[in-house]
Design a protein around this ligand. Structure first.
Ligand code: ZN
Length: 118
């Protein structure tokens, strides 16, 4: 808990808007097509430098729950884990980060402009 991970900054990544701690690599972005009560949200398969909220909060009218995720550095909310329970053994969770609480950084601008041409 509370440990700060270092990630390869040569890649494009998303950071906490408040303190700019890297939270997720662009490579781990699965989908941009999410909406949450805070606005636009992105789905990731992996994030770093976040703390799980202690409470699992039920979503009214469903058998799913959410666990809030906080920046390990400044403790601001950056997203949540959405846990869907279809059957007890068949539990699926998704990591959602809230777009308006992130900033995007491009580690290597040369590589970025090359990939845009291709
Ligand atoms: Zn932060």
């Amino acid at each position: 808990m509370g440990r700060l991970f270092l990630i390869d900054l040569e890649e494009n990544f998303y950071s906490c808007k408040n303190c700019e701690t890297p939270i997720a690599l662009a490579n781990h972005l699965l989908s941009r097509d999410y909406q949450c009560p805070y606005g636009r949200a992105y789905l990731f398969d992996k994030v770093v430098n976040v703390l799980d909220g202690e409470r699992e909060e039920p979503i009214p009218g469903s058998n799913s729950t959410i666990i809030h995720l906080f920046c390990v550095q400044c403790q601001y909310i950056v997203g949540f884990i959405f846990v869907r329970r279809a059957v007890l053994e068949n539990q699926r969770s998704m990591i959602i980060l809230i777009r308006c609480l992130l900033t995007t950084s491009f580690g290597d601008t040369t590589k970025e402009s090359l990939s845009l041409q291709g």
